[in-house]
Design a binder for this molecule. Structure first.
Ligand SMILES: NC(=O)c1ccc[n+]([C@@H]2O[C@H](COP(=O)([O-])OP(=O)(O)OC[C@H]3O[C@@H](n4cnc5c(N)ncnc54)[C@H](OP(=O)(O)O)[C@@H]3O)[C@@H](O)[C@H]2O)c1
Length: 252
């Protein structure tokens, strides 16, 4: 990770769970990090606790499903740092509804955040990297094991569709970057069950807790941060395409 010291990263969804763990880890590795989400109190608090570390953390309030807010966020990074080296797309959500009784508005929110927001951020990140002469940048897309196989729980069928789209765009972005002969790499990270706020937000506190307790030990956000660090640490000629990672006793 030494080569990333002093370089600039954007982490979306940095107020909680995986994004929070990744943002913290990046600062500890000496990176200058912009962390965004719709509520930035947690990021502001984290930025105070890591202030003595080698890197820095700046919170930006941004809803990634709102293109104007995303463009304003990139304008701020461009103005303050003039470059971007790493972009981690962790902002994401689900609503615990089966397809046959699902709500259109909630489907739109899932797609606008998990797919369109992720694509806008990745497009703008590559644009800023190329504009600032960063040819060895890295994009990380938080996918899911639900983006690679049908799920047994009806409550995540639509969420799974959004993550299958992430699988498709991961390869799409990779091919377009190769066509440009760019050295920018792209990696999907596809976890099974990770103990964060995610399931509670999607299914409610009680059902979320029951799901987490159904396994001996879920993955932690730090386990996923380890995967991100692994992908970033690979030498330039190695592109880690996707990391599928599950709790050892997760059956599906
Ligand atoms: N936890 C799991 O079991 C699991 C498994 C596989 C994949 N994943 C994926 O991992 C990623 C991170 O999930 P997590 O487990 O860390 O969940 P989490 O603890 O709920 O964190 C989600 C983060 O995304 C942010 N966010 C949600 N909608 C947003 C929007 N429209 N604009 C900006 N930020 C937004 C949230 O902050 P605000 O609400 O403040 O905006 C929060 O910081 C997601 O893409 C998720 O699909 C999670």
């Amino acid at each position: 990770m030494e080569r990333w010291r002093g370089r600039t990263a954007l982490v979306t969804g940095a107020s909680s769970g995986i994004g929070y763990a990744v943002a913290k880890r990046f600062v500890e590795h000496g990176m200058n990090v912009f962390g965004c989400s719709r509520n930035i109190q947690n990021i502001d608090e984290l930025s105070k606790t890591v202030r003595c570390g080698p890197g820095s953390l700046n919170a930006i309030k941004c809803d990634v499903s709102n293109e104007d807010e995303v463009l304003a966020m990139f304008a701020k990074i461009r103005k303050e740092q003039g470059r971007l080296d790493v972009c981690v797309n962790s902002a994401g959500l689900s609503h615990g509804e089966p397809l046959l009784s699902g709500t259109t508005e909630k489907w739109r929110e899932i797609l606008n955040t998990n797919v369109i927001g992720l694509c806008i951020c990745t497009r703008e990140a590559v644009k800023l990297m190329r504009e600032s002469g960063v040819d060895n940048g890295h994009i990380i897309l938080l996918n899911s094991r639900a983006g690679h196989m049908a799920q047994p729980r009806s409550t995540i069928h639509f969420y799974g569709a959004s993550k299958y789209a992430v699988t498709a765009v991961t390869e799409g972005f990779r091919r377009e970057l190769r066509e440009l002969k760019s050295g920018i790499r792209i990696t999907g990270v596809s976890p099974g069950l990770v103990e964060t706020e995610f399931v509670h937000r999607a299914m409610g506190q009680e059902s979320g807790e029951a799901l987490y307790r159904s396994l001996e030990k879920c993955l932690t956000a730090d386990d996923i941060a380890d995967s991100v660090i692994y992908a970033l640490g690979a030498p330039d000629h190695v592109q880690v395409h996707d990391i599928l990672i599950r709790p050892t006793d997760q059956a599906y």
